[in-house]
Design a protein around this ligand. Structure first.
Ligand code: GLY
Length: 305
């Protein structure tokens, strides 16, 4: 049994580990853990603690993948609830679809009984409002948000705000592998923007026969390079974990235009090896790891590549 999660998982990974020890289904265990992260105000990249879009609305992306059946559920630009991953799980369980977005995702979440009154944390609202007051021209402030938003798109590169995510992946007692992701996306993103977190093959992929991968940070790159699928496919073609991640890193490095930034890749293989690499993020990147030999999850530092 193994769980790999990014640095944001502090308050959730222990719960996932306990459930795996009790022999719960691996995806159920991961979803319980990530759902705690979604309600943790200290996590500034997913759920309640996350940042709003350009017009001050919270929009969540999330996904789940069962690596044994290759079933997926995903939601994009979900509003009205913090339970983004649980909603994604219900898409997988109850609908003949893989992904719902926008109003449809919000409607479905409500149908599932997931609804929260408070989505935007007062501190996030304050920081967003200060930003808007600074970047919107004085003669447009009265009309905001009914002004052209595209010219403001450069504020999504705000260096003080993370472009992060939370990702969980693991293998259960029965060798089944699964992955899940959740994010509020980039701070001040254009409304409706989806990142890589709900996109199968980009932000996550899991196949119990080989392994799993999931990414944080610049989704605009992993969507172009199909990073998570590339890693699991490389394993299928006979590459080991390190070679498979190296290959995906080379594909990211090959991107020469468009929005470029850092990416963190988290990956496990079916032999319970794990690897987390930091591709071009300036800061030290940490992650959480647990396996059945450890009394509790431990935090480690990602390898810089
Ligand atoms: N990786 C998170 C995002 O791009 O939204």
């Amino acid at each position: 049994m193994i769980i790999l999660a990014n640095s944001e998982a502090t308050n959730g990974i222990g719960v996932s580990a306990e459930l795996l020890q009790q022999k719960h289904n691996v995806l159920d265990a991961l979803v319980e853990g990530i759902s705690i992260v979604e309600r943790d105000p200290n996590v500034r990249s997913a759920g309640y603690g996350g940042w709003p879009n350009m017009i001050g609305e919270m929009e969540f992306d999330a996904a789940v993948m069962d690596g044994t059946t290759l079933e997926i559920g995903a939601v994009g630009a979900l509003q009205g609830t913090l339970s983004a991953t649980k909603t994604a799980y219900q898409v997988m369980k109850r609908l003949p679809h893989v992904m719902l977005t926008g109003a449809g995702a919000t409607r479905f979440a409500k149908e599932c009984g997931y609804q929260d009154d408070e989505l935007l944390m007062p501190d996030s609202k304050r920081v967003w409002r200060n930003k808007i007051d600074k970047v919107v021209a004085a003669d447009q402030l009265n009309d905001f948000p009914n002004i052209p938003l595209a010219p403001l798109s450069n504020i999504i590169t705000d260096p003080e705000r993370v472009r992060d995510t939370t990702v969980f992946m693991g293998m259960g007692h029965d060798n089944h592998i699964a992955a899940c992701t959740s994010t509020s996306g980039w701070a001040w993103k254009y409304p409706g923007r989806l990142g890589d977190s709900p996109i199968p093959g980009a932000g996550f992929y899991a196949d119990s026969r080989f392994g799993a991968a999931a990414c944080t940070h610049t989704g605009e790159m992993t969507m172009r390079a199909g990073t998570s699928r590339a890693i699991v496919l490389a394993m299928q073609l006979g590459h080991n974990l390190e070679q498979s991640v190296d290959l995906a890193v080379a594909e990211l490095a090959n991107l020469k235009c468009g929005f470029l930034g850092g990416v963190v890749i988290h990956a496990i293989d079916k032999h319970q090896n794990h690897l987390v690499v930091n591709f071009r993020c300036d800061e030290t990147i940490r992650y959480w790891y647990w396996d059945e030999s450890l009394p509790k999850p431990v935090q480690r530092i990602a390898t810089k590549v």
